[in-house]
Design a protein around this ligand. Structure first.
Ligand code: GLU
Length: 226
């Protein structure tokens, strides 16, 4: 819920213990399929439109944001599954995402358009992060959208990616986008509360509230080995 994190034009990183406010210039917001769809797999229009309302407020307040949105496969599945016969998993993913991505982007287009905000589609694959030229091309395309007030909506190009060339999920993709675009924050909207210290389905597991990265300079031995 972005709303509970919003404080005026400021965004607040909140956990159960405390709430600190920081002003961010550029953020990445990732919306997972489970947030965008109802239990029966149909798009949750009310929620999508509530999220767009909040994002439009952020945009107006001058925060640049990049949306990483899942939901292509789920949108396509809800539309096509009843009429598609036997089909293998890879083909189903390709078919559902091809149709669902159009549906998804149409919905975002209409909702952002109500605020006079334009959005643009960026479909990417893992390979686009592997070669310098593709990396720079996609960074430039997102940059030029931001510079012109257009909201980039990123998703994996599921129609052409196949298993071994796929991102683990859009969480991974959103992390890569956040780092590529020098975003100050990445907000992952999900039905999972956070990173657990075990399987989330195990009642003994708990959410890790804070993760600190420790940077140590390499020892002379490490340097010799590398
Ligand atoms: N790219 C997939 C989709 O749009 C979702 C992947 C994910 O949720 O991690 O349906």
């Amino acid at each position: 819920e972005i709303a509970s994190c919003l404080v005026g034009s400021e965004m607040c990183i909140r956990d159960s213990m405390n709430c600190e406010s920081k002003k961010y210039r550029r953020i990445v917001v990732k919306i997972g399929s489970n947030v965008l769809t109802r239990e029966d797999g149909r798009p949750d229009t009310t929620r999508i439109s509530a999220l767009v309302d909040q994002l439009a407020r952020l945009h107006r307040a001058g925060t640049e944001f990049i949306l990483v949105s899942s939901g292509a496969v789920a949108s396509g599945r809800s539309l096509l599954e009843p009429r598609v016969g036997r089909i293998d998993t890879v083909s189903a993913r390709q078919l559902f995402s091809a149709v669902g991505q159009v549906k998804l982007l149409n919905r975002y287009y209409d909702l952002f358009n109500e605020y006079g905000i334009a959005c643009g589609q960026v479909l990417t694959t893992k390979q686009d992060f592997e070669t310098r030229r593709h990396y720079l091309n996609q960074r430039n395309s997102i940059r030029v959208m931001l510079e012109n007030g257009v909201i980039p909506i990123v998703n994996e190009n599921d129609t052409i990616s196949v298993s071994e060339l796929m991102f683990t999920d859009n969480d991974e993709l959103s992390g890569l986008i956040a780092s590529m675009m020098d975003a100050q924050a990445l907000i992952i909207l999900s039905n999972i509360d956070g990173i657990y210290n075990g399987s989330p389905s195990d009642p003994a597991s708990a959410v890790i509230r804070e993760i600190c990265l420790l940077y140590t300079s390499p020892s002379p031995r490490d340097k010799r080995q590398s």
